[in-house]
Design a protein around this ligand. Structure first.
Ligand code: ZN
Length: 87
């Protein structure tokens, strides 16, 4: 059972980890090389975790879960993050 949402749905849990608005950060997909802002990706929320997927090739860019007092962050699908210092 999972719900497909837009990338802004991941903003809440990512805001708990990163000190800037992750929905505005650009992520380059390690699978296909496409760059999208996180807010424009596809997000699947299910069970304990959130998965941010590339809208072009469906690679899992970011997996994040909160389990037993820890955040588990898997970012192997991201080649580069571009974080604006102006934001
Ligand atoms: Zn991709």
């Amino acid at each position: 059972m999972e719900n497909k949402l837009d990338g802004n749905a991941a903003g809440g849990i990512l805001q708990a980890i990163f000190p800037f608005d992750m929905t505005l950060v650009q992520a380059t997909c390690a699978g296909c090389g496409t760059t999208n802002v996180i807010g424009a990706t596809a997000v699947y929320m299910h069970g304990m975790g959130t998965v941010v997927r590339c809208p072009s090739c469906d690679t899992a860019l970011i997996r994040v879960a909160q389990v037993k007092g820890h955040y588990w962050l898997d970012m192997r699908g991201v080649r580069v993050l571009q974080i604006s210092v102006e934001a």
